[in-house]
Design a protein around this ligand. Structure first.
Ligand code: VG1
Ligand code: CO
Length: 545
């Protein structure tokens, strides 16, 4: 095998964020940009000789080009085999499943998840470890350091591999094996849930569901599982063909970007009883009942509370974990079950060690991500099947299941307000301002509400002892309400300020109060404490979820 060494120079800013390196497509298309980052990954790992790498992406624009480049580089790096999804497709949870099933050395997933695609959109790349989960911060920090000193990258000379057909091709000394992107993943999900029971539910004339794949990667998975294996009527999955630009939309399953689905479930004439959607790379989920969008934080709590109904989890949960800004609804379930509840920084990479150590079985984030120890990523279709399994057993609509949950545990009223595309300097000023005032906040009164505590969240991983600091400013009130401020680590333009608002309402008589109304005093407090309007000039958020 002849390895070609190409001289290169570092690019600034190749620092992975919450989930991999995400940049505009035009940034990635610069000569040597992708190569530098991939080489930095290959320089950071060791022992890959003779091993298997998993490779695939969400099918967005530039996926096809990047995959061919990475194949040539993987051969030069000494991998013996690459498992690549047919047509370059692998959803994030499917990639995790494939890595685990075939005991691969690691995987490269090409995706910018819920971010827009197309020539003017975003592209992304992330590395997953042998456990199938996103690389740890220690690893991504090392990759970043490597990108800053890189002087060459390596590849072999080989023609593009035909990824349209399953089978094997050799480039250099490496076998490229094109695999069915769905089979391993679908088989895994089938082993977790009661497929017969779900199939009976889907066959009932009074139950109709719609799954919106948002023109992103989940289409082929949802069709194979919901329509082919479970027998849902053809047409249950809409927008099911992955498009490089997601048809011009944001493949982000929330009430703003999946408004059509929410409207359909609000229209009794649609005949729909259950709706779901997933994001660009298939790891997020939205659950919609009749005229009712389930808050992701509530969803995690409901899944935990109903685990006994699901074959894979009926034996009990070892523990649960949630990201810090996710509401405390699941904490109440954990307390009732007598199991631990872990609070981690934002991003799935922090759940990996808990899952590997068998300390947590279910994990979730407020940003529409839930998952379990079956893989090491959040998993959109998994969450949808979990809900379907619950609905099939309990024979109760999703909205009623949530309302009954609130009756039993109380309601953690919750919302996230996003201010997008803020000037980065202003966003930094806002966060720094909060940081410097933190110590003086406890005991003070803002908009008639007494602040009981305030801090900048830091986390020590209970398994490996690694420490992550500055993970979000928390303001806690006397009554347990919380406001959290943090800047997004997945955006590609300016800064996005996320303000997370949570208030606990025990009284069932007040559970029906509209969310934004119930949170109004906290929204006022957030603005007064952080100076959102005065510093950024923004009077209202761009996206409310
Ligand atoms: C966001 C979410 C976070 C999630 C991350 C990746 O990060 O808030 O919960 O893990 O996206 O999800 P940030 O830093 O923008 O808040 V995905 O589906 O985009 O891979
Ligand atoms: Co995603």
């Amino acid at each position: 095998m002849q390895v070609i060494r190409v001289p290169t120079e570092p690019f600034a800013g190749q620092k992975p964020g919450t989930s991999g390196l995400r940049k505009k497509v035009r940034v990635f298309r610069q000569e040597r940009y992708l190569e530098n980052f991939v080489q930095a990954i290959f320089d950071t790992v060791s022992g890959q000789q003779g091993q298997t790498l998993v490779l695939g992406g969400d099918g967005r624009y530039y996926n096809d080009v990047a995959i061919q480049t990475i194949l040539r580089m993987a051969a030069a790096a000494g991998f013996a085999r690459v498992l690549v999804g047919r047509d370059g497709i692998l959803s994030t949870p499917a990639a995790s499943a494939v890595i685990r099933k075939w005991r691969a050395f690691g995987g490269i997933i090409l995706s910018a998840s819920h971010n827009e695609g197309g020539p003017e959109g975003d592209f992304g790349i992330k590395y997953n470890l042998a456990n199938g989960g996103p690389a740890t911060e220690t690893f991504t920090d090392a990759v970043y350091r490597r990108t800053q000193e890189i002087s060459e990258y390596c590849l072999v000379d080989a023609p593009d591999v035909d990824l349209a057909r399953d089978g094997e091709t050799v480039i250099g000394d490496m076998v490229v094996q094109v695999i069915d992107p769905v089979a391993d993943y679908a088989g895994l999900l089938e082993s977790l849930f009661d497929f017969d029971r779900i199939a009976s539910l889907l066959a009932r004339p009074d139950f109709r569901m719609r799954f919106d794949a948002m023109h992103a990667v989940t289409g082929p998975y949802a069709r194979a599982i919901l329509e082919h294996r479970l027998g849902a009527p053809v047409g249950t999955v809409i927008h099911g063909i992955p498009l490089p630009d997601f048809n011009g939309g944001h493949p982000d399953p929330n009430p703003v970007h999946a408004a059509g689905l929410v409207q359909a479930l609000a229209d009794p004439g649609s005949g729909l009883s259950f709706g779901a959607a997933s994001d660009g790379d298939g790891d997020r989920n939205m659950i919609v009942g009749p005229n009712f969008v389930v808050s992701p934080s509530d969803s995690l709590a409901v899944l935990a509370a109903n685990h006994a109904l699901i074959p894979a989890y009926a034996g009990g949960l070892a523990g649960v974990a949630r990201s810090m800004p996710t509401s405390c609804a699941v904490d109440r379930v954990a307390a009732a079950l007598g199991i631990p509840c872990y609070e981690t920084p934002t991003g799935w990479k922090y759940f990996g060690s808990l899952l590997d150590a068998g300390m947590a079985t279910l994990c979730g984030e407020e940003s529409s991500g839930t998952g379990s120890n079956h893989v090491r990523e959040k998993d959109g279709l998994w969450a949808v099947l979990y809900w379907l399994n619950i609905l099939a057993v309990r024979n109760t609509p999703a909205d009623e299941i949530v309302r009954e949950h609130w009756q039993r545990f109380g309601r953690n009223v919750y919302s996230r307000h996003d201010y997008e595309g803020i000037d980065s300097a202003l966003a930094d000023r806002l966060i720094e301002g909060l940081r410097t005032r933190l110590a003086g906040l406890p005991g003070s009164e803002v908009c008639g509400q007494r602040i009981a505590g305030a801090d900048d969240f830091a986390y020590t991983d209970p398994v490996d002892g690694s420490r992550s600091e500055r993970q979000g400013i928390r303001i806690l009130l006397d009554d347990g309400s919380r406001v959290v401020f943090r800047l997004s680590g997945t955006g590609t333009e300016g800064a996005t300020l996320r303000v997370y608002l949570e208030r606990f309402v025990a009284d069932p008589g007040r559970h029906a109060v509209p969310t934004q109304e119930a949170l109004a005093p906290l929204i006022g407090l957030a603005d007064a404490v952080a100076g959102i309007g005065s510093i950024t000039g923004r009077l209202r958020p761009d996206v409310i979820t």
